[in-house]
Design a protein around this ligand. Structure first.
Ligand code: ADP
Ligand code: MG
Ligand code: MG
Length: 908
């Protein structure tokens, strides 16, 4: 379809060179504009300059790309001139264009669109004569100069406290005239604005606003390419794992006008509710408006559908009369157009078989579609839409499973406000339920401060008049977002839903004073640092902190989870050390415990005393005495865990951390310990010093401890076996698995296996009964992986400890990597954090190799993973490929791992 020399693809009334399948080349927006043309949906004609031109721009620079694409762009404009019967640059009846960016993945609000391009001092007069509407012509020109001045020429506010300099001028002119709304300005006022804007540009930028339409066009094209590498685009890519190499396309399109009077409008709509997933066509529009007016939060938008409008009125506390008078729905105001829109929406949803987010403009009673894409949605909407589309027969089971991004399930598991605590709380203000969830935090007014505060461990709520792409980072660290202006499709709302973050938008009663750093609601004034709470599902703002509780999981979630079991190959276990954690894990569908860290039991209550006594003991007899005290407690712990897991496997790891972790390191605590245990402070200090290690990660830990002090292993093994026998008496047949940590050579494993097997024999003899159990090895040192075949001759299962394996293979410790890893990631030395997602090319090869070697000598070797990577969807996919039997992750990530495992199985 594509020749190497082709960079420009046209779409129009009866010719469309692109298609939806060409997203990589044309970007999402361009590909879908072309597809809409193919579907016979009315779209203003245009052409798309491909992402390859952007890549060439980054690599070879502007001049080289100009040579490459100039001819095709000229031909593209010619095509539009023919379609419209107008000429670009014609002063009497100008052809006006929009220039829109559009990357492969939709990046909302990331790159700026320029509207009404082609206007200048003469063309504006031509447009006024032609449309017989001077106000419209000057308003279009005013918008163009403003957008172009900002996006292409780079005229920005001086500081973050400053307002947009163009808006400052608009406010001045409005004040002079004594009017409130932009719509109150007449042609002469707008003309004055244009003059003032141009002077401002000249003064601040040192260049004149370009009057030549071609110069305007090329300037805009370059600006789009450059914007691919601007700060906010880079931040968005970083947050969403989008590679810089993709590039953006440029769409040049004929203008249609939503600001041509009261039979014109512009809006956005969703084929289903992006917040809840409800199958309800909904959206917002503004009469006599252009472009981003709807999302900019300048005027209160009206609802597209009648149902939506009525619901909105309830939330905004608007009476039915007032609603009908001032905020009627499109369905009531322009029923014909509404029907056409509904038809287009249905066509598109059926065609793409996914929820659509569409942009449209109505020009003097004619509907034009400007964009369609798969809409961003909250985690719960994702689940509901997938399951309902499955039910409606629009998609099959596999597709439904693939529609849900595993990590987004997190949001469904998020806490909600405790109903009791919430009832007692005072509602300060209402806004729109822009993105569900519950959040409590301290007020901050600037995005960068949100970052600083969050870094200091504070919970913050970012409060803004409205948000803009510059605020992305601050939004991503805030607990919740509150804006005073903007609708359900405002920047804050869209971005918050994308991040799965609680957001209340357009709380009109809230007045933000950035300079004073206050937010006032009526008489009450709230300062930076004051606590507030937000309910993003109800659109409510509360004073103070409100207690939260765990969310209840909806029916669709359960259905989705059931579906994962039908498709996944791997089992999902959980890392759990207590019966409570085990219960959470089982509720989330874990089918075993893949890692029980016995040392966690050592810290609880009175146990730490016995542990310390053991560490301080001078000889084996002393240690045995202390261990005897620990035995019943440890046995009790295991019994609790086994009971909770019924007949499922439970994998227990022997003591792993270095002993110094159990001793206090500061003097005050050492004194308390000395007093509690009746020993001298000197003795404790001495032991702490003896245990000091230069590199504890590679020190006296793991199986090395059990080899030095076999009596510890003996006590732990005895506790496991006795517990298993005890619960078996109650009819619970646990699949007991014991694993030896940090094995590097089979001799280490054997040394520990001897102790465990001997202990088993003793216990079984004492009790007169036996028990099946598995004895396995962790594979978490590179040598362990290299020697996997010889270890598998002795060990009955492997469990990869990928945290340690990563540290030791990469040669950097997880605790110290913070000093250089961020820089590494930024410079692409590592593509992602290897502690979050497994380093497939390095550590992953060790895993694959160890699996192969292990199974070569023991074909039925059970192999699993414990450690953070077990809950990371990308890593889970890798482990599925590597042929592992299960992954084990933290209880709250079990649903995520289940879904990821199902997706991996479907993909392979
Ligand atoms: P974004 O990627 O931020 O959504 P768009 O390129 O979609 O930016 O442009 C933003 C808005 O500008 C659109 O929603 C639409 O209202 C307006 N717009 C873009 N192109 C045109 C056009 N050809 N005619 C009229 N309005 C347009
Ligand atoms: Mg858009
Ligand atoms: Mg380990």
């Amino acid at each position: 379809m594509k020749s190497p020399e082709k960079f420009v693809y046209v779409f129009g009334s009866n010719r469309s060179e692109g298609a939806a399948a060409m997203k990589n080349l044309l970007g999402g927006k361009g590909a879908n504009l072309a597809e809409m043309c193919r579907l016979g949906i009315t779209v203003p004609s245009g052409f798309t300059i491909s992402t390859e031109a952007c890549t060439a721009f980054t690599e070879q620079g502007r001049d080289a790309v100009f040579e490459l694409i100039q001819g095709e762009v000229l031909a593209g404009v010619k095509f539009l001139e023919t379609e419209m019967g107008k000429s670009f640059g014609d002063a009497s009846d100008p052809l006006l264009l929009s220039v829109r960016s559009g990357a492969r993945a939709s990046m909302p609000g990331m790159m700026d669109t320029i509207l009404n391009l082609g206007l200048n001092d003469e063309a504006v007069l031509g447009l006024a004569r032609k449309t017989n509407d001077a106000r419209f012509a000057w308003d279009s020109y005013r918008r163009f100069v403003q957008m172009y001045g900002d996006v292409v020429m780079g005229l920005k506010p001086v500081s973050k406290e400053d307002h947009d300099p163009f808006e400052v001028i608009i406010d001045m002119v409005k004040a002079q005239k004594g009017v409130k709304l932009d719509t109150d300005l007449d042609a002469d006022d707008l003309k004055e604005l244009v003059q003032r804007f141009k002077s401002l540009i000249r003064a601040r930028i040192g260049r004149d606003f370009p009057t030549d339409p071609w110069e305007q066009l090329w300037g805009a094209v370059w600006a789009v390419f450059e914007s691919w590498n601007n700060e906010r685009a880079c931040v968005y890519r970083e947050l969403n794992d989008i590679p810089a190499s993709w590039g953006t396309a440029v769409n040049v399109q004929v203008m249609v006008f939503g600001n041509l009077g009261d039979s014109s409008a512009t809006g956005v709509a969703f084929s289903r509710d992006a917040g809840t997933g409800e199958d309800l066509f909904n959206g917002e529009f503004l009469v006599n408006a252009q472009g981003e007016d709807v999302v900019a939060g300048i005027r209160t938008p009206q609802q597209v559908s009648l149902v939506g409008s009525q619901r909105w009125a309830e939330l905004a506390l608007v009476s039915e009369e007032e609603r009908q008078l001032h905020y009627p729905s499109l369905q009531e105001l322009m029923p014909d157009i509404y029907q056409q829109l509904l038809h287009a929406e249905t066509t598109l949803e059926n065609h793409f078989r996914d929820m659509q987010d569409i942009e449209f403009t109505i020009q003097q009673g004619k509907l034009w579609m400007l964009q369609t894409r798969n809409g961003k949605r909250t985690g719960s909407a994702m689940v509901r839409i997938a399951m309902e589309m499955l039910q409606q027969g629009m998609i099959d089971e596999k597709t439904a499973l693939q529609r849900v991004v595993p990590d987004r399930l997190n949001e469904l598991l998020h806490p909600i406000f405790d109903p009791g605590a919430r009832k007692a709380a005072v509602i300060l203000a209402r806004g729109l339920p822009a993105s569900p969830g519950a959040a409590t935090g301290q007020i901050v007014f600037h995005a960068d401060e949100a970052e600083t505060w969050a870094k200091a461990g504070k919970d913050v709520i970012l409060v803004r008049q409205e948000t803009s792409p510059e605020d992305l980072r601050g939004m991503s660290v805030a607990r919740g977002i509150l804006t005073a202006r903007g609708g359900m499709t405002s920047h804050a709302a869209v971005v918050a839903r994308g991040m799965g973050k609680c957001c209340v938008s357009g709380a009109g009663a809230v007045h933000v004073d950035l300079k004073a750093r206050t937010m006032s609601i009526g008489e009450a004034v709230y300062h930076e640092g004051d606590w507030i709470s937000l309910d993003g599902s109800a659109g409510e703002v509360y004073a103070g902190q409100i207690a939260t509780k765990d969310a209840e999981l909806s029916g669709d979630f359960g259905k989705l989870m059931a579906l994962t079991d039908k498709y996944k190959r791997m089992d999902i276990r959980a890392n759990a050390d207590t019966p409570d954690e085990a219960m959470v894990a089982r509720n989330f569908g874990a089918t075993g415990i893949g890692l029980c860290r016995t040392e966690h039991m050592f810290f609880e209550g009175a146990r730490i005393l016995a542990v310390r006594e053991m560490i301080l003991a001078d000889n084996e007899a002393g240690r045995r005495k202390a261990l005897a005290k620990l035995l019943p407690m440890q046995r009790g712990d295991f019994e609790g865990l086994f009971r909770e897991m019924h007949d499922l496997p439970v994998t227990i790891r022997l003591l792993d951390p270095p002993l110094h972790e159990f001793l206090p390191h500061d003097e005050a605590n050492q004194r308390t310990m000395a007093a509690e245990m009746g020993v001298s402070l000197g003795k404790i200090r001495m032991r702490v010093e003896e245990l000091h290690e230069f590199n504890p990660m590679m020190g006296h830990r793991g199986c090395r401890l059990g080899i030095s002090y076999p009596e510890i292993t003996e006590m732990q093994a005895r506790a496991v076996f006795e517990a298993a026998l005890n619960v078996r008496a109650a009819g619970i047949h646990v699949k007991t698995e014991i694993m030896v940590p940090l094995v590097g050579t089979v001799r280490e494993f054997n040394a520990q296996a001897d102790v465990i097997r001997r202990t088993a024999a003793t216990v079984f003899a004492e009790r007169g009964e036996t028990l099946d159990y598995l004895l396995g090895s962790m594979i978490e040192t590179p040598r362990g992986a290299l020697m996997a075949d010889s270890i598998a001759r002795q060990a009955e299962f492997f469990s990869f400890g990928t945290n340690d394996l990563t540290q030791m293979t990469l040669g950097f410790s997880r605790d110290d990597a913070g000093k250089f890893l961020p820089e590494y990631l930024k410079r692409g030395i590592y593509e992602h954090d290897p502690f979050r997602s497994i380093d497939q090319k390095g550590v992953g090869v060790l895993v694959q190799m160890a699996v192969e070697k292990g199974r070569s000598v023991r074909p039925d070797l059970e192999v699993g993973v414990c450690g953070e990577h077990g809950g990371d969807p990308v890593s889970v996919a890798f482990f599925d490929q590597a042929g592992l039997d299960y992954v084990s992750c933290s209880p709250y990530r079990v649903p995520i791992a289940r879904l990821a495992a199902a997706q991996a199985a479907i993909a392979s």
